[in-house]
Ligand binder design. Structure first.
Ligand code: M6R
Length: 574
């Protein structure tokens, strides 16, 4: 995934200004970081981004890493450089044919295991006989895989940036320019942005920029529009211990904000989406992780409203769905940058399918690729585990179903969420009692099945406990064999008699039931009470209870809740 920065300015700036920008990209990866400036600073370290030696400069490139090719070591951290130490580059993406490149770079000394270092040596070799622009052209013609690269060469006033697959944008500053993986990096400095499209290359210096696009093996000049972005900047943690709990407590507010915006300023876009759904033969959601679970709820509610809908996991989309020009694809994604989703959309576009999306991050790649896009208005989500974005995805999808006749009342959702939040102390006690478990099962039926899966994902990613969310009816087809005395099984219990049977099956084998329910029934034993009677608020309340439970399990275990090991907020690799 990784976050990259390249800053060039007429006036001197401090190395730590760049570090501050890099910090804002840390959600893209946080295992190691590095910076190089044109006045001699070159620092790399394993761990989270932190201040570096103060150094005044007019050019710098920096990187925060989520390891792909090569382990988490100082040597593998970016920037990488060539043998001469004159060429430096930062890279987000995966260069698939880097070993072919490496074989040809005879005599070069490599100090890391990365694909990126090979690119630095490639440019060292190429620029012996060609201009940088010609070398970039050769690279773009030969490279396989994904890349957003910023290249800095000692003694050269330009930064060189080129991309395929991975995101890249240019922020226009007073007396300078900044290249970054996305606008978060510089949204406090400028609202003027140019987004790179696929296969574009830019030469950027302190007073201007030139853009080129690769067409039929040639780099042609291209004029670019400047987008004025509206962005509120990064969020603070305030008095909360973690971003996750802060974001959970924001849910009533962001839910209300979304409903309001769907009923007012987003109404025209929503109407367009309704038309697209009506005129398509079928609607297919494509999503990953938490967003996929929200999409499954969207399928449930749209089907109830008589609309044929399906949800497919993005990374397997092409293997499990046949798309034609009568299919409407709706991408559901918090970041709008998930590579698996982008890849699926590219494939579908070429088959004539129309593309819509539900996105949280404005101006993201997927939002810009879509014919119609609804913003879920959850605000910036910093914790890797998605919480408030899930709630708002579910509301937006159900709202869509309501345009076809499903559930109409969205006014009480903030209040429903507050009801669950008031159960936090009880949830915390239950969390403590299961924090040492090796396995946790979560069961639900119908619209509560996706919620069961979502709760399991939350528990897995932040508390590192194996958790399985499943359809209550599937238990008896195999998984029941794993239930022993005391095995925790969280059961999402509404008024369906079948789920009670599943609960009894577990209890009969000694399993420990923790009910999330709106029923008063002492057969369940421990219960987290929720108030909702209808499906939409029930699904949201149950999910929020699960988020709190996962949070308190992880807190009890003393884990790094906002930045779980091995993960990143934005998954921009395949
Ligand atoms: O940005 P997206 O919604 O496309 O991200 C999809 C998944 O990577 C994401 O939901 C992931 O599963 C979260 N960490 C779950 O909390």
């Amino acid at each position: 995934m990784c976050g990259i920065i390249g800053l060039v300015s007429q006036d001197n700036f401090s190395s730590n200004e760049v570090i501050n920008m890099l910090k804002r990209l840390e959600y893209r990866g946080y295992d190691s970081f590095g910076i190089v400036t044109n006045s001699g600073l070159f620092e790399k370290e394993v761990g989270e981004v932190k201040p570096v030696v103060e150094n005044k400069c007019t050019q710098a490139v920096a990187h925060t890493r989520w390891a792909t090719t090569g382990g988490v070591t100082k040597e593998n951290a970016h920037p990488h450089s060539d043998c001469s130490g004159n060429i430096f580059l930062v890279h987000n993406g995966i260069l698939e044919n880097y070993l072919d490149f490496k074989k040809r770079l005879v005599g070069h000394k490599f100090v890391s295991e990365t694909d990126t270092e090979v690119v630095a040596h490639y440019f060292e070799e190429k620029t012996k006989t060609k201009s940088v622009k010609e070398s970039v052209l050769d690279f773009m013609n030969e490279a396989e895989g994904t890349f957003a690269i910023v290249l800095m060469i000692r003694g050269d006033k330009n930064l060189y940036a080129f991309k395929r697959g991975s995101p890249l944008s240019l922020g226009l500053l007073e007396g300078g320019n900044v290249l970054a993986s996305d606008i978060y990096a510089f949204s406090d400095r400028t609202d003027k942005t140019i987004f790179f499209n696929e296969d574009e290359f830019a030469i950027v210096n302190e007073s201007g920029y030139e853009f080129y696009r690769l067409d039929n093996g040639i780099l042609n000049p291209v004029s670019k529009a400047i987008t004025k972005v509206k962005w509120s900047g990064t969020e603070e943690k305030k008095n909360f211990d973690h971003y996750m709990i802060k974001e959970i407590y924001e849910e009533p507010e962001v839910a209300g904000r979304l409903v309001n915006s769907l009923q007012t300023e987003q109404m025209p876009e929503l109407e367009k989406l309704k038309q697209m759904i009506s005129s398509a033969k079928r609607t297919v959601f494509v999503a990953s992780g938490t967003s996929y679970h929200a999409a499954l709820l969207g399928v449930y509610f749209l089907n109830k409203a008589g609309i044929e809908a399906h949800a497919i996991i993005a990374s397997e989309f092409r293997n499990f769905y046949l798309v034609d020009d009568k299919t409407l694809i709706i991408a559901v994604t918090q970041s709008g940058e998930t590579m698996d989703v982008i890849e699926a959309l590219h494939g579908m576009k070429s088959k004539g399918a129309r593309i819509a999306s539900l996105v949280n991050v404005p101006y993201s790649t997927i939002q810009r690729m879509s014919n119609v896009s609804i913003n879920i208005e959850a605000g910036q989500e910093i914790c890797v585990a998605a919480t408030k974005s899930f709630v708002n995805q579910v509301i937006a999808l159900t709202y869509l179903a309501s345009l076809f006749g499903y559930e109409k009342d969205f006014s009480k959702i903030p209040e429903d969420i507050r009801n669950v939040l008031s159960e936090e102390e009880k949830i915390k006690r239950i969390a403590k009692s299961i924090a040492k478990s090796g396995d946790i099962y979560i069961i639900g039926r119908g619209y509560l099945y996706p919620v069961a899966r979502e709760i399991a994902l939350k528990i897995k990613e932040i508390s590192y406990i194996h958790a399985e969310g499943m359809m209550g009816g599937e238990l008896k087809h195999g998984t029941l064999a794993l239930i022993e005395k005391g095995t925790p099984v969280i059961a999402l219990i509404d008024n369906k008699p079948e789920i009670i049977s599943n609960v009894m099956e577990v209890k009969a084998r000694g399993g420990r039931i923790i009910a999330i329910t709106n029923r008063d029934d002492d057969r369940f034993g421990e219960a987290i009470r929720i108030s909702a009677r209808n499906k939409l608020p029930f699904s949201i309340e149950a999910a929020v209870a699960g988020q709190l439970l996962a949070y308190h399990i992880a807190k009890e275990k003393g884990l790094p809740i906002d930045r779980p090991r091995n993960l990143a907020k934005c998954v921009s690799v395949k």
